[in-house]
Design a protein around this ligand. Structure first.
Ligand SMILES: Cc1ncc(COP(=O)(O)O)c(C=O)c1O
Length: 437
């Protein structure tokens, strides 16, 4: 038996994969190593990673600077409890993050993945009001938003449609529309006005009860790479400020360059009260996340007794190895002119998607930074629909990792992808429109 076959056989015997119907899914592809934008299969085949391995990989797989930072940190201090202790990688990462975030976002709370970064933000918002003598019980989110798979994050992402089986576990959350838009959309202003009107009505009814609004800024990820304009976010921020409701940005997917700025909030020119960061925080190497808030929120947790303290934490909070990867990653954005690379990716996306946009099967083309997406006209939707399976298989056969979401085809590559690789991917996308039923 080959090594690849042995790995797959053991996998099938003992392992349970995420978001997978284990009975009908094809066998998983065993990967031995990865470099740049390429995953190398144990069977000798290569796969171009066009979704940054679930949106985590930023600079590229196996980047030697990050690998080196991790190796060095692992031999020095691999882990230490973060209550009552601290270490250089955590404080350096916090200060480097704060330097790059909009002014005012100055206090970093670490956890270990996107879902827990969102859970921390939710609990922070809840207790922020409680510590000031106000019991606020409502939270409002945008329709379709996805914020992770823990129970609080699922509740806030209930309208994404991923969690029907867990309905009985979820708590009540309010929603307003998300004014999704695309190239050539002539109804965008109307949709934005309707969404903002819904927010106005909501504020009129519930301002004093609502702790926060949570939104994925500029791009909703799992909802199908749905994009909105900065004007909508600016309208939301202005209304919440007036109403005294906190604004939380979930930048778990949009952070670290995806939208063309280091953070989507910068591109939108909106400073939230709390921002959730994960995935690309460590360049996609390790699970570390951060919930960063304004100083005023942090101050509301100060007091003489433990009662007011933030009663939250995880075993791996601020893991030193992950934090060291984060510091190295932030430096790379400068030393490798990463935002310029992202602009070059966006230029290729724009040229290729514009060329394709008259194809009769394609609708709602859209681009923000390194993310390009469109919808298949009248496709079956659904996470595991037939067209999704056929598309995945088509791209795998051509040595490409793609993962359409319902009828949405998207490219979200690591920033090291070359022009040749990206154009090859677009060639395959064009072929898929003609060939995949
Ligand atoms: C916007 C957003 N928030 C939160 C999460 C959850 O992150 P994690 O899978 O690291 O828990 C995701 C994951 O895709 C996401 O896209």
């Amino acid at each position: 038996m080959s090594k690849a076959a042995e790995v797959v056989a053991l996998d099938r015997q003992h392992v349970w994969h995420p978001y997978t119907q284990e009975m009908t899914a094809p066998s998983p592809v065993p990967i031995s190593h990865a470099q740049g934008a390429t995953l190398h299969g144990m069977d000798g085949r290569d796969y171009l990673d066009l979704i940054s391995s679930w949106w985590v990989t930023t600079h590229g797989h196996g980047h030697p600077v990050i690998a080196q930072a991790i190796a060095q940190q692992a031999s020095q201090l691999e882990q230490v409890i973060f209550a009552g202790f601290t270490h250089e990688p955590a404080v350096r990462l916090a200060s480097e993050l704060v330097k790059r975030l909009p002014p005012g976002l100055s206090r970093v709370f670490y956890s270990d993945n996107g879902s827990t970064a969102v859970e921390a933000a939710l609990k922070m918002a809840c207790q922020y009001w409680l510590n000031q003598g106000q019991q606020r019980t409502r939270i409002v989110v945008c329709q379709g938003g996805y914020h992770g798979d823990t129970v609080g994050a699922m509740s806030m992402g209930r309208s994404s449609g991923f969690f029907d089986a867990y309905e009985s576990l979820l708590f009540q959350v309010d929603t307003i529309p998300f004014p999704a838009t695309w190239m050539g959309d002539d109804r965008v202003e109307e949709k934005e006005a309707a969404a903002l009107k819904a927010l106005d009505d909501y504020i009129d009814q519930h301002a004093g009860e609502c702790m926060a609004l949570l939104v994925e800024p500029l791009v909703q990820g799992a909802a199908g790479l749905r994009m909105c304009r900065r004007e909508f976010l600016q309208g939301v921020a202005q209304r919440l400020k007036q109403a005294g409701i906190l604004l939380i940005f979930d930048e778990v997917m949009t952070g670290f360059g995806r939208t063309g700025s280091l953070f989507a909030c910068q591109k939108a020119e909106v400073t939230p009260d709390i921002i959730c960061l994960a995935k690309g925080l460590t360049a996609g190497f390790l699970p570390v996340s951060a919930t960063v808030c304004r100083q005023e929120i942090y101050q509301a947790f100060l007091g003489e007794t433990f009662e007011k303290a933030f009663s939250h934490g995880h075993s791996f909070t601020a893991n030193p190895i992950g934090c060291a990867a984060g510091v190295a990653s932030l430096q790379l954005f400068e030393t490798e002119n990463t935002l310029q690379r992202i602009a070059a990716i966006e230029a290729i996306h724009t040229r290729r998607l514009t060329e394709l946009s008259t194809h009769p099967r394609l609708c709602r083309p859209r681009i923000t930074g390194s993310i390009a997406a469109f919808e298949l006209f009248q496709a079956e939707t659904g996470y595991d629909s037939g067209v999704v399976r056929r598309m995945k298989e088509f791209f795998l056969q051509r040595g490409m990792l793609m993962r359409p979401l319902g009828g949405v085809i998207y490219l979200l590559p690591p920033y090291c992808i070359t022009a040749e690789e990206l154009n090859r991917a677009w060639d395959a996308v064009a072929e898929s429109l003609d060939q995949v039923p």
